[in-house]
Design a protein around this ligand. Structure first.
Ligand code: LLP
Length: 417
């Protein structure tokens, strides 16, 4: 459920603000987020596991705008980060470093130092060389690094191959069979403290079974490690819960949590960590765009809009389908359109074969754009990145201003005379 709805005036609103007013005032393309929706989705996870020790670590990569992070930090959220840059964003947004888990296969020594000096909750270690580097960096600082190992449970997440991460062939994590040995190594390293176990099998999962299979495999490892005297305090199940873009019916956070809790009855002390990104942010955001031209050819109708693949790359990159709806639906004959942007690439589309009644100048909303939308934007074709707005009831906050052209080449240089 989200707070983007048509109201009695026939227009699409975000909470108590008409989206057309935002488009007129701030221009398009424009990202608009709903604070109430973000909070609702975060609470859905938090309440689902109310009775069990837990931490929701929002996956910053999904939408790292400071305003978004700030809304979640105020709820007491933790954060899952994958770079030193994301760590600085969390701090700038008022997040608590003690609730940060650090994922990613390529952590640099400098990133480790910064995370250690801020005292993050846990490093999700993805390889043996990383473990050894972390031990060394921590030792040089006179610190002990809390770690979990990211285990690759070799389960098929049944999602798009680019966002499936828990198979043997993927670059992520430590192979299930190697895990006991790597834990034994970790236990012996003087500047490492084993605190958890972690996995993340993929994104946009619409079924529970892969999550449950992965959890069962991790619980079996926890039992094995316990028998050897290696205590695991938290189980991090990663992110990956899918959302509805079109007709998908992913499990609700409550169903997901219920299935997990059924597995955890014998582990009352084991803290459960979630790393949801998309499930919190995707349907808390829309991207607004305006139709520049309608172009009719013998074969096709094109709606040429002012947003492009640089603004929203998911359709191009993953053939992802995101709903496109008018801000003010009009009566009349609908036609089938491809929605394309101004970029000089055939792959520059936002949606294909959509049936709508349109006129040039119409405003549209691309739904489910709150996750992996703006964060994946680029300046390709020397296009400035869009502004971002946070709606909160009737209030409007500009959480990122539209880029200025001159900013794009500010750090570039001509050759000397
Ligand atoms: N934790 C880790 C270690 C991850 O790698 C990811 C996402 C998450 C959590 C959050 O997953 P989520 O709950 O959002 O599914 N750009 C792609 C998605 C890439 C996801 C990468 N990892 C897309 O637009 O579909």
């Amino acid at each position: 459920m989200d707070y983007f709805n048509y109201q009695q005036d026939g227009q699409l609103w975000a909470e108590d603000v008409a989206l057309a007013d935002l488009a007129e005032r701030f221009g398009t393309p424009l990202y608009v987020y709903s604070r109430a929706t973000l909070e609702r989705h975060w609470h859905a996870f938090d309440r689902a596991v109310d009775d069990h020790p837990h931490l929701i670590c929002y996956a910053v990569k999904a939408n790292s705008n400071l305003g978004v992070l700030n809304v979640l930090a105020r709820l007491g959220s933790g954060f899952d980060i994958v770079s030193g840059g994301e760590l600085e964003r969390v701090i700038a947004a008022g997040g608590d470093p003690a609730k940060v888990v650090f994922s990613g296969v390529g952590k640099t020594a400098a990133e480790m130092q910064r995370a250690l000096s801020l005292g993050i909750k846990c490093f999700n270690v993805e390889s043996e060389p990383e473990l050894e580097r972390l031990n060394q960096v921590a030792g040089e600082m006179g610190k002990v690094a809390p770690i979990s190992l990211r285990i690759n449970p070799d389960v098929d997440a049944k999602t798009h191959p680019y966002i499936s991460t828990g198979l043997r062939d993927n670059k992520f994590g430590i192979a299930f069979d190697r895990a006991p040995d790597v834990y034994r190594l970790a236990q012996q390293l003087p500047n490492i403290k084993v605190t958890g176990i972690d996995c993340h099998i993929g994104s946009q999962l619409t079924e529970l079974s892969p999550f449950i299979d992965a959890t069962d495999r991790l619980l079996a490892l926890i039992d094995l490690l316990k028998a050897e005297g290696i205590a695991i305090e938290h189980l991090d199940v990663g992110g990956g819960l899918g959302v509805t873009y079109s007709a998908e019916q992913p499990p609700a956070p409550s169903e997901y949590a219920e299935a997990l809790m059924a597995r955890l009855v014998d582990y009352p002390e084991l803290e459960l960590v979630f790393e949801p990104g998309r499930a919190i942010a995707a349907n808390a955001g829309v991207m607004l765009t305006r139709v520049e031209y309608l172009k009719h050819t013998d074969h096709k109708n094109f709606a040429i809009v002012d947003a492009a693949m640089n603004d929203l790359i998911r359709p191009t990159l993953y053939q992802a389908w995101q709903e496109i709806i008018p801000l003010r639906p009009r009566d009349g004959e609908a036609k089938t359109y491809d929605f394309v942007g101004p970029i000089c690439e055939t792959g520059d589309f936002i949606g294909k074969d959509r049936h709508l009644c349109l006129a040039a100048g119409d405003l549209l909303a691309v739904r489910s754009a709150g996750a992996y939308g703006f964060v994946m934007a680029s300046n390709y074709n020397t296009r400035v990145r869009a502004a971002e707005i946070m709606v909160d009831g009737q209030q409007i906050h500009v959480v990122r201003e539209r880029e200025e052209l001159a900013e794009l080449w500010r750090s570039e240089h001509l050759l000397p005379e």
